[in-house]
Design a protein around this ligand. Structure first.
Ligand code: ATP
Ligand code: LTN
Length: 340
């Protein structure tokens, strides 16, 4: 973990991922690999947001296992637990406390405009709970608690970052400069990886298996899923998301994983057909995931050590979060006795 002086000097990054399933290639390209990229220049806080995952019914034992697995995945992509604060959201009660207070500074109207709420309500029509509705307020609390400057996220979370900024600014305009107002960090390539089966929808870990590539998929699964990925019937390899979403999605995956510009990839694949495109995509994905999987298996082999890291980090996160939460409580009139 960083010492306090280096932590104080660097700007702060916060991001979180829900332990709602095994991470997908979308989570990796859109979020996780940027977490790693930014690790050296910022004081990073990377959270396993299990309270957010409760907005959809979860099996308790499975959720616990998924929290450990997600923390191991953070480390398997190269995040260093001595540099980045990796911990579990529910272990730090300040998140839920600040979320409650911020709920009272957030309007029903602005929450009703959130597209993720509309999508998730349609997907879980039998469980449209109020947590699903106030989900962005908990996300705002996550971010604002740590005086965050930058939030690496995929494009689908842009709206949630905007409401976070609005809530933070609203609070600051009443009480003075309590919160740092964060900026989104959205990668230029791959900020929205699409479903392999319905390439006009984003790839999502809580969708059916064949629609996504899991970070833990075996090479044969990856080969099969990419081979069956929906393309189109004109046989032309070019980037044109509106008319060729499936082909464009595979091209962006290759571009994101290799760092090559899309035009060069298109030229290289000239005459190779969709078979060639899919083979190239498969190779890139397997080459990226193999070392991550090896590292993941190594970390998961010692769950006690992993748990110890999470426990230790939760204490440090609580310490950092308390600074903001205490200030907020004082501002709104909830200061503990003798501390007003
Ligand atoms: P769920 O299916 O449970 O809603 P999810 O797979 O959509 O989950 P989250 O945990 O909500 O993933 O997101 C974690 C991070 O990954 C966020 O920053 C999000 O923007 C990013 N992300 C998720 N899906 C994609 C995608 N298809 N392309 C790019 N980034 C993505
Ligand atoms: N809402 C995000 C997950 C999330 C998050 C955060 C992301 C919860 N808290 C704080 C960035 C910062 C999602 O659904 N992907």
């Amino acid at each position: 973990m960083q010492n306090q002086s280096s932590e104080a000097r660097k700007p702060v990054i916060f991001s979180g991922i829900q332990p709602s399933g095994t991470l997908t290639l979308g989570n990796y390209i859109g979020a996780l690999r940027n977490f790693k990229l930014l690790e050296d220049d910022y004081s990073c806080v990377y959270c396993v947001v299990d309270l957010h995952a409760l907005t959809v019914r979860q099996d308790a034992a499975q959720l616990r296992a998924r929290c450990l697995s997600l923390a191991a995945t953070y480390m398997a992509v190269g995040l260093n637990p001595d540099k980045s604060l990796i911990y579990c959201q529910s272990h730090v009660s300040a998140h839920a406390e600040l979320a409650w207070i911020l709920n009272c500074y957030t309007y029903m109207g602005e929450l009703s405009r959130m597209t993720q709420f509309k999508d998730k309500s349609a997907k879980h029509a039998d469980n449209i709970n109020s947590g699903l509705f106030t989900y962005p307020v908990l996300m705002a609390a996550d971010i604002l608690l740590y005086q965050t400057n930058l939030v690496p996220i995929g494009a689908d979370q842009k709206q949630h970052l905007e409401i976070t900024r609005d809530i933070g600014q609203r609070f600051n305009s009443i009480y003075g400069d309590v919160f740092t107002i964060p900026e989104a960090y959205i990668g230029k390539v791959g900020s929205r990886v699409m479903s392999l089966q319905e390439p006009t929808r984003k790839m999502s870990k809580s969708d059916p298996e064949e629609t996504y590539i899991s970070l833990l998929d075996k090479p044969e699964d990856i080969r099969r899923k990419v081979r069956r990925a929906v393309t189109d019937s004109d046989g032309d390899i070019r980037f044109d998301f509106d008319n060729k979403p499936g082909v464009s999605n595979l091209l962006s995956i290759i571009a994101a994983l290799t760092g090559e510009p899309v035009e060069r990839i298109v030229n290289e694949l000239d005459g190779k057909g969709y078979g060639g495109l899919k083979a190239r995509a498969t190779d890139c994905v397997i080459a990226t995931l193999e070392p991550i999987q090896a590292e993941y298996n190594r970390i998961m082999a010692d769950k006690a050590a992993l748990q110890a890291i999470l426990d230790r980090n939760a204490l440090e996160a609580s310490r950092r979060a308390a600074r903001t939460l205490d200030k907020v409580k004082r501002k709104v009139g909830c200061a503990p006795h003798g501390k007003a």
